[in-house]
Design a protein around this ligand. Structure first.
Ligand code: HEC
Length: 117
C-alpha cells in the first residue's frame, strides 16, 4: 500500500479524496495516487508543486512540459520507464477532464527562458 510508504511521502502527496480527486488536494501538495512519489522526487526540487497542480493536460501535454523544462529550465533526464509512470500519473491526476476550462497553453507556445537561445 502506497499509504504506508512513509511520513515524508505522506507530507508531499495529499490524501486521495475519493471521487473529488485532484480538486480536493491542497494546491501545494500532490494528489496521492500511484506515481505520486515520482513527481514528489522530481517536480518539487526547484519550485512549488503549485506550478504543477495549476496545470491540466494529457500525456502529450505533460511530456511537452517535461521536455520544455529539460531544454530551458535545467530539469535533469528522467529514466524512461520512470518518466512513463510520471507522465501517466500527471495525465491522470492532472488531466483535462479534471478541469472545466480551456487547457493551458502548450509549453511550445511559451517564450524561451532568458538566455535559453
Ligand atoms: C531543475 C529545476 C526544475 C525542476 C526539477 C522542475 N522544474 Fe518545473 N520549472 C522550473 C522553472 C525554473 C520554471 C519557471 C519557468 C518560468 O518562470 O518561466 C518551471 C515551471 C514549471 C511549470 C509552469 C510552466 C508554465 O506554464 O509557466 C510547470 C507546469 C512545471 N514547471 C512543471 C514541472 C514538473 C511536472 C516537474 C517534474 C517533472 C518540474 N517542473 C520540475 C524548473 C524546474
Amino acid at each position: 500500500m502506497r499509504r504506508l510508504r512513509g511520513a515524508l511521502l505522506l507530507a508531499l502527496c495529499a490524501p486521495a479524496a475519493g471521487a473529488l480527486g485532484s480538486e480536493a488536494a491542497p494546491p501545494d501538495a500532490l494528489v496521492r495516487a500511484p506515481g505520486c512519489e515520482i513527481a514528489a522526487r522530481h517536480c518539487g526540487a526547484c519550485h512549488s508543486y503549485r506550478l504543477v497542480t495549476a496545470q491540466r493536460g494529457d500525456a502529450r501535454f505533460w511530456t511537452d512540459v517535461i521536455r520544455w523544462m529539460q531544454r530551458t529550465q535545467g530539469l535533469w533526464e528522467i529514466e524512461a520507464s520512470e518518466e512513463a509512470r510520471l507522465v501517466a500519473y500527471l495525465a491522470d491526476a492532472y488531466g483535462e477532464e479534471a478541469w472545466g476550462r480551456r487547457p493551458p497553453l502548450s509549453p511550445r507556445l511559451l517564450p524561451p527562458a532568458p538566455g535559453a537561445d
